[in-house]
Design a protein around this ligand. Structure first.
Ligand SMILES: *Cc1c(COP(=O)(O)O)cnc(C)c1O
Length: 389
């Protein structure tokens, strides 16, 4: 099969695309592990990782087989019916989240956040949501109300009422923001889009205690940190917390669109017809999600992320590059804060065969598949050293 070359793909897509995405001048057509190829056959080391959806790497044989087998059997089955794949996946995911008694399945990160906000209102009969400065939770109206970045929010005002933003990693700010009106506190365990800021040890435990004392729910957004990214299956394991609600998406189903809300035992089930979604928990995504969870365990990917992430951070820090203000991260969620704008360096890296992300205007973010090899990591470090020299 011959595919069209990059130039014709780019011009065809550019003519009709909505315009919301800042596009890179490359047409990606194939992937394997942590490698991607463009339509002209050029190879790249992928440190974008499907923006967090490709923790298992591209074209993982276990995911491909699960999708192929299930697609031949049954793709659609709404949750009004029971289904074998969904039953098995709920059992397996609940076993990985000991605090959770119930799970709502949906289709994206923003949808998981929307659902969690609704559940918090329903269960507490309060309306306030406390989120964090630099927090990112998605683009739909509720999730956007929790997102901090003014450039994302301001064109769409007025947003949902009752949201406030407090400085991250600041317990005193939570103490004063959480009141008898607060339905929930919503936080990421590592702020991803907001510049790669990990929660300090003890912070999330203190937030959990304050929520508990005041009858507010703790919602943890693990859309980006979940499924091995930070060196544990879930980042909450680093902090020893059991949130009221845990939001998951991105790498949950090996790259297929899926989200989930894990609901703490203390909250009990949801009232009938209080929420819902057509595609939620389809047999196809459940089969892929089962394969993803199994593969994360079989290949010990959380441990690999911890080890490779530590190596990455150590090597990057040792470079002592003059343009770099700070290097930080947890597992394979890595941020390199520059003293200048990051955009030109993303282009320069792409020219050297490395695809990377920004996190705000001056942070270079690396989000490689957890299966990235040490050889590939060394090549990425060499390219970064070269472009930032
Ligand atoms: C990406 C992301 C979201 C939104 O997920 P979508 O699937 O794009 O709607 C929410 N929260 C965090 C922390 C994210 O990184």
């Amino acid at each position: 099969m011959t595919l069209p070359l990059s130039e014709s793909i780019i011009s065809a897509e550019a003519a009709y695309t909505s315009g919301v995405y800042p596009k890179r001048q490359v047409a990606i057509v194939r992937g394997e592990g942590a490698l991607l190829w463009d339509a002209d056959g050029r190879m790249y080391i992928d440190c974008v990782g499907g923006q967090g959806a490709a923790n298992l790497g591209h074209a993982h044989p276990a995911i491909v087989a699960a999708i192929r087998e299930q697609a031949e059997r049954l793709i659609s089955c709404p949750e009004i019916f029971y289904n074998d794949q969904r039953a098995a996946y709920l059992t397996e995911l609940a076993a990985a989240l000991p605090f959770a008694a119930r799970i709502f399945l949906c289709n994206s990160g923003a949808e998981a956040i929307e659902g969690a906000i609704k559940i918090a209102r329903l269960k507490t009969r309060r309306t306030g949501i406390v989120a964090a400065v630099r927090g990112f939770h998605g683009r739909t109206m509720g999730a956007l109300s929790a997102t901090f970045e003014p450039k994302y929010r301001e064109p769409f005002m007025p947003l949902v009422p009752g949201f406030s933003h407090v400085p991250y990693n600041n317990v005193a700010a939570i103490e004063s923001a959480v009141t008898g009106e607060t339905a929930a506190v919503l936080l990421e365990p590592v702020q991803g889009e907001g510049g790669v800021h990990p929660a300090l040890p003890g912070y999330l435990q203190e937030v959990e205690r304050i929520c508990c004392e005041r009858g507010a729910l703790l919602i943890i957004d693990e859309v980006q940190t979940g499924f091995g990214r930070t060196g544990a299956l879930f980042a909450i394991e680093h902090h020893g917390i059991a949130p009221a609600l845990l939001c998951l998406a991105k790498s949950i189903a090996g790259g297929l669109p899926m989200g989930a809300i894990a609901i703490n035992t203390v909250l009990g089930p949801l009232p009938p017809a209080s929420h819902g979604t057509t595609f939620g928990g389809s047999p196809l995504v459940c089969a892929a999600a089962r394969a993803a969870l199994r593969t994360l365990r079989d290949e010990d990917l959380p441990r690999q992320a911890a080890e490779k992430g530590a190596y990455f951070l150590e090597r990057l820090s040792a470079l002592r590059l003059p343009r770099v203000r700070a290097v930080r991260g947890q597992g394979l969620l890595i941020g390199i804060e520059l003293k200048e704008r990051v955009q030109p360096f993303l282009v320069a890296l792409m020219e050297r065969g490395v695809l990377a992300l920004p996190a705000g205007p001056n942070v270079l973010r690396l989000l490689p598949p957890l299966v990235i090899t040490h050889e590939q990591i060394n090549a990425v470090i060499a390219a970064i050293a070269e472009v930032l020299a």
